[in-house]
Design a protein around this ligand. Structure first.
Ligand SMILES: NC(=O)C1=CN([C@@H]2O[C@H](COP(=O)(O)OP(=O)(O)OC[C@H]3O[C@@H](n4cnc5c(N)ncnc54)[C@H](OP(=O)(O)O)[C@@H]3O)[C@@H](O)[C@H]2O)C=CC1
Ligand SMILES: N[C@@H](CC=O)C(=O)O
Ligand code: NA
Length: 428
């Protein structure tokens, strides 16, 4: 029986897990695919590096072309990261008729449309389950499990590193930079962790979810992004006292064919299931018009969970190869993109203000909200012993983004407002 030959680009955190699973599950994989699978070559940056996996050194190469141009190789697994050069390698692999599996969200969010269209021209599969929410089979679920429904909202904790950091800050009072280092050591963070903490990694993932879930070609420019670097322990503690957990949420919504996508630190009500997703775990809440509320939960990063998704894709593309149906089920978005404008996007807001501690201040502040037709759910005032400011926390009802921008402008101009300390979207 002819085996499926696999060439890998990368043998880091995820690549090592892929080798472990392919080698450890040989018999099961063979039964599921109908042929044995063999990893024949692996590209690394440095062949001499010490690896924490036993491996035949002859399989390692530093030359990507030795793998992508090898006529014996059927499937390329890309777990190397990077954008431009990596895109070139994958396009060339497709040119040579190879099936592709990748965990690279940056690449798929930025160039997925071009890669998918080229793959379909060449009759090849490209699968990328590991690119969103590591070990959770969310892309397959959205494309296949929800094929009969119409998704109107996807809301997720889709970055393991930032959820790990926020959880440790909230539960252990740990410092941001200490926990980031730990996340890097555990293999959760990107090579450049700015992508995690500034929300870019989550935005790449929301671009992919939006494209597949709304059948619309979403691009990164369509996602409004802010990360967690401005989140303070003070915000987390205030949130907790009022019944919220701070989470970095990716939110994609659709209403009457208009869509919006964003990534931002969010106050999530403790009663909402996303508030109990801690550590490196991810979860994606999906609302379908027919099914209603669903939620998918699991590890969002790390060696073995991510490798599970990569190898599941390897099984899928190998089965298609065996059946002679590669490249037949490629998905291309078919809806015209219509983005919501700021006056169509609405949600609750949490504001922490430092204001002058004197009579009449609260009335002047609430008057501004009233002028812009933003109604308030609650207002709390704390005297602040350390300085002449008082702290006011305001939670609004759903308010559109355009009106809230006007409220913010007016608050910034108001003399009694010393500082707009923090502003969060509220969900749940
Ligand atoms: N880590 C995780 O939890 C997750 C990661 N991903 C994605 O998976 C991909 C891989 O991530 P991860 O395993 O963490 O990354 P690592 O940094 O741990 O590993 C990268 C691997 O690729 C090799 N490599 C990098 N650049 C080159 C190059 N230019 N030429 C040759 N080899 C190269 C490295 O070689 P060498 O070993 O010699 O340094 C290393 O083996 C990324 O796209 C990431 O976003 C997706 C989901 C979860
Ligand atoms: N850096 C990413 C890895 C998985 O995609 C994360 O922390 O989620
Ligand atoms: Na996944």
């Amino acid at each position: 029986m002819k085996s499926i030959k696999v060439g890998m680009l990368g043998l880091g955190t995820v690549g090592t897990g892929v080798v472990r699973i392919v080698e450890g599950h040989q018999e099961d994989l063979q039964r599921k695919i109908g042929a044995p699978v063999e990893i024949s070559k692996i590209v690394v940056r440095d062949k001499t590096k010490r690896r924490n996996i036993a491996l035949d050194d002859a399989k390692l190469t530093e030359d990507p072309y030795e793998v992508i141009r090898d006529p014996e190789i059927d499937v390329i697994i890309e777990v190397m990261g990077g954008i431009d050069a990596t895109k070139g390698y994958l396009l060339e692999a497709l040119e040579h008729g190879k099936q592709v599996v990748t965990a690279n969200k940056d690449l798929m969010a930025l160039h997925g449309a071009e890669i998918m269209s080229f793959a379909s021209e060449k009759g090849c599969d490209v699968l990328y389950e590991a690119s969103v929410a590591g070990g959770i089979p969310i892309l397959r679920t959205i494309v296949e499990g929800f094929s009969s429904d119409r998704i109107t909202k996807m809301m997720g904790i889709v970055n393991g590193t930032t959820n790990f950091i926020l959880t440790k800050m909230s539960q252990e009072g740990a410092s941001y930079s200490e926990v980031l280092k730990e996340a890097q050591q555990l293999g959760y963070a990107e090579q450049d962790p700015t992508s995690d903490v500034e929300g870019l990694d989550a935005a790449y993932k929301m671009t992919i979810l939006g494209t597949l879930g709304f059948q619309t070609g979403v691009s990164m420019e369509d996602v409004s992004v802010s990360g967690i670097s401005g989140v303070t322990k003070e915000d987390i503690d205030y949130g907790k006292r009022l019944g919220y957990e701070v989470k970095l949420l990716g939110i994609a919504e659709r209403q009457d064919d208009f869509i919006s996508l964003s990534v931002q630190p969010t106050m999530v009500k403790k009663s909402h299931p996303l508030a109990s997703v801690h550590g490196v775990f991810n979860a994606v809440y999906v609302y379908g018009e027919a099914v209603g509320e669903t939620m998918f939960y699991g590890p969002g990063a790390g060696e073995m969970p991510t490798a599970t998704s990569v190898v599941a894709d390897l099984v899928a593309v190998s089965k298609n190869l065996q059946l002679g149906i590669s490249g037949k089920a490629g998905f291309s978005p078919y809806r015209t993109k219509k983005l919501k404008t700021d006056d169509q996007i609405s949600y609750k807001n949490f504001l922490l203000l430092h204001v002058a501690d004197k009579a009449g201040v609260l009335a002047r502040i609430t008057e501004i909200f009233a002028q812009h037709e933003v109604s308030l759910e609650s207002v709390l005032q704390h005297p602040n012993e350390d300085n002449p400011s008082a702290e006011i926390i305001i939670i609004t009802h759903d308010a559109n983004k355009a009106s809230m921008n006007q409220v913010m402008d007016s608050l910034r101009r108001l003399d009694v407002v010393h500082e707009i300390r923090s502003v969060y979207r509220v969900e749940g």
